[in-house]
Design a protein around this ligand. Structure first.
Ligand SMILES: N[C@@H](CCC(=O)N[C@@H](CS)C(=O)NCC(=O)O)C(=O)O
Length: 211
């Protein structure tokens, strides 16, 4: 398998965690932001986004779709709980981060904010704090016992939470102590070797926080 990735891409970071948690080996192909608009990369992903996973004839974009593919294609450990309500909860947390929080910080948004002369840092802090307020409540409500987003094992929701929090803290100086549930799960996740190995700083193409 190959993963088109970038060390500081939070979306690729999700998939790196999922691969590690499932114990799957994969070659990483780093993609620079400036190369994503090239014709060559458009042939790999018409959306011009990372990540993209290639497994033989299967070529899959969108981090959630990739994680669901890994879940369907390969065996345990599973990134989803067994019960329908638990699976729905994990997917809801994941989708909230992937669809409602992260897109407002994306590179293409950045470029347009610059054209409109909007303070990008202020924008990002505002929308992350807005998203984290609800995420904090989601983690606190009906979670049942457990150290992670859902229960005592990392799930797809943790694969999404860790990169979003890493970005918030390391790039946008968001004060995590305002969100004790998020902070507790994040700290727990950092203790997991499979998650630690996926951190941006541990990647061969890590240079500086860019997107
Ligand atoms: N919903 C997509 C989002 C992918 C995405 O936004 N990737 C970012 C890096 S984290 C990217 O390639 N951004 C380039 C751009 O905004 O043009 C996913 O979950 O994979």
């Amino acid at each position: 398998m190959q993963l088109y990735t970038r060390a500081t891409s939070s979306c690729a970071f999700r998939v790196r965690i999922a691969l590690n948690l499932k114990g799957l080996t994969c070659d990483f192909i780093p993609v620079l932001t400036k190369d994503q608009s090239d014709e060559a990369f458009r042939n790999i992903n018409p959306q011009r986004l990372v990540p993209v996973l290639v497994n033989g004839n299967d070529k899959i974009g969108q981090s959630l779709a990739i994680m669901e593919y890994l879940e369907d294609k390969f065996g345990p450990p599973s990134l989803l709980p067994r019960d329908p309500a638990g699976r729905a909860r994990v997917r809801a947390i994941s989708q909230y981060i992937v669809s409602d929080i992260q897109p407002l910080q994306n590179t293409r948004i950045d470029a347009q904010l610059e054209r409109w002369e909007v303070d990008a840092m202020d924008w990002k802090q505002h929308w992350i704090n807005h998203g984290f307020a609800a995420l904090e409540d989601m983690l606190g409500a009906s979670a049942g016992p457990g150290k992670f987003c859902h229960g005592d094992f990392p799930t797809m929701a943790d694969c999404c939470l860790v990169p979003q929090v890493w970005n918030a803290v390391n790039r946008y100086s968001v004060e995590l102590s305002a969100y004790p549930n998020i902070e507790a799960v994040y700290k727990e996740c950092l203790q997991v070797p499979a998650i630690d190995a996926a951190m941006p700083e541990k990647q061969s193409d890590y240079k500086q926080p860019k997107d």
